[in-house]
Design a protein around this ligand. Structure first.
Ligand code: PMP
Length: 397
């Protein structure tokens, strides 16, 4: 058989199991809308939690940033690192309460690069089973002894810490602060306590926490700050710029030593073209808006509360999520696809998430909320959901 014949066979098998992923091509995504084929949908599928992706101030700053050059023209260590990258790193360190920060071109690269820089074959990495794919791939690639514990299970984590402590090498515990497909939070204060007890380093992926939650002192820093943890308890913090910052790229924040070390050893930082200066300029503008408009995360919080309150009234199968990510677990792939398609016919764009992104039997609608939504749009989605779910006999309402 030719390569193409083998690939076609595998793709057909994926289609047969309702697992085939389609790329949806949109015209534009001015949050909370998605324009497609000349029409308009209300999007509940974007990670642009604060609506910054379409803010005129950010777009203007990004256009001005393009004057610095359309691309960085080289890797950061050659000639691809500009003042605007420095400015962004400085701002990110400041709002996360860390000594320093380092920008990466994507969160995937930040996670893989950081784990591979910090851990080698003699070391141990302990991961939550629902960690993001980029942490999972980093754990594989770094070659360390890899241990996993059931999602958010502190006894399971303690057991793995005990096992790791009986071996040579350092121990790093890696978790998401906010889980991307479930929306629930890691019990970070308890995890940090266990890390201290076992002398393990804690790394937290703040992709979905950065910009939308924090402490009084660092209101944008993410779930670690919200749990009362600082750099001494969470020495490795990773955040992305493609979600609450509405742009692209990512960063790791921590001690000066950590950042200096990553510059030397994180291969996805070293061996790739630097972040385009325009992107860095857009991110600086987005961070400025985050700082000057505390009403943004407050509006998001109000939307989350409103969604959950109304969804409960309608008896929808809500998950236990306090965040902007509100999954509705339907279980069956076919049902999830049918419900998402019918919602689209009614004017709503919602993510349909299936295995292998989530465990088998847990296919779900992934509804994401933004500060850009208004309550009436949320009500309209929920009314449509109640009808569509009942029509599909997806849940008993
Ligand atoms: N970590 C988590 C938890 C994520 O949800 C994502 C994005 N899907 C990433 C890392 C990767 O970030 P990026 O999109 O910047 O590669």
């Amino acid at each position: 058989m030719t390569l193409d014949q083998i690939l076609r066979q595998r793709l057909d098998e994926r289609r047969r199991r309702n697992l085939y992923r389609e790329v949806k091509t949109l015209d534009s995504v001015p949050n909370p809308l998605a324009r497609v084929d000349g029409g308009e949908l209300i999007a509940f599928s974007s990670n642009d939690y604060l609506g910054l992706a379409s803010r005129p101030e950010v777009i203007a700053a990004q256009q001005a940033g393009a004057e610095l050059g359309a691309g960085a023209t080289a890797s950061h260590l050659v000639n691809g690192h500009l003042q605007i990258h420095q400015q962004l790193q400085y701002d990110l360190a400041e709002i996360t309460g860390r000594e320093a920060a380092l920008v990466f071109s994507s969160g995937y690269m930040a996670n893989v690069g950081t784990l591979c820089a910090l851990l080698g074959r003699v070391d141990n990495i302990i991961s939550d089973k629902l960690n993001h794919a980029s942490l999972i791939d980093g754990a594989r690639l770094c070659g360390a002894n890899s241990l996993r514990f059931p999602h958010n299970d502190l006894d399971g984590l303690r057991r793995q810490l005990r096992r790791a402590a009986g071996r040579d090498g350092n121990i790093l515990v890696a978790v998401d602060g906010v889980y991307s497909m479930d929306g629930d939070l890691a019990p970070l204060a308890e995890i940090a306590r266990l890390c201290r007890e076992f002398d393990a380093w804690l790394m937290v992926d703040e992709a979905h926490g950065f910009g939308v939650m924090g402490s009084e002192q660092f209101p944008l820093a993410g779930s670690c700050a919200a749990a009362g943890l600082d750099q001494s308890q969470v020495p490795v913090m990773m955040g992305t710029l493609g979600k609450a910052a509405g742009n692209a790229g990512a960063f790791v924040a921590g001690s000066r030593a950590l950042i200096d070390y990553l510059v030397q050893f994180a291969r996805p930082y070293i061996y790739t073209t630097g972040m385009p200066p325009a992107v860095a300029a857009g991110c600086v503008a987005a961070v400025n808006l985050m700082r000057s408009e505390p009403a943004l995360p407050q509006r998001l919080e109000s939307n989350i509360a409103h969604f959950r309150h109304r969804a409960r009234q309608l008896n929808l199968p809500l998950a236990d999520s306090p965040s902007a990510i509100q999954p509705l677990l339907l279980g069956c792939e076919e049902t999830v696809m049918a419900v998402a398609a019918q919602l689209e016919q009614r004017g709503f764009l919602v993510g349909a998430i299936r295995p292998p992104t989530v465990p088998a039997g847990t296919a779900r609608l992934r509804i994401t909320l933004s500060a850009a939504h208004c309550h009436s749009q949320i009500d309209a989605l929920l009314d449509a959901l109640a009808v569509v779910l009942q029509e599909n006999r997806a849940v008993r309402l």
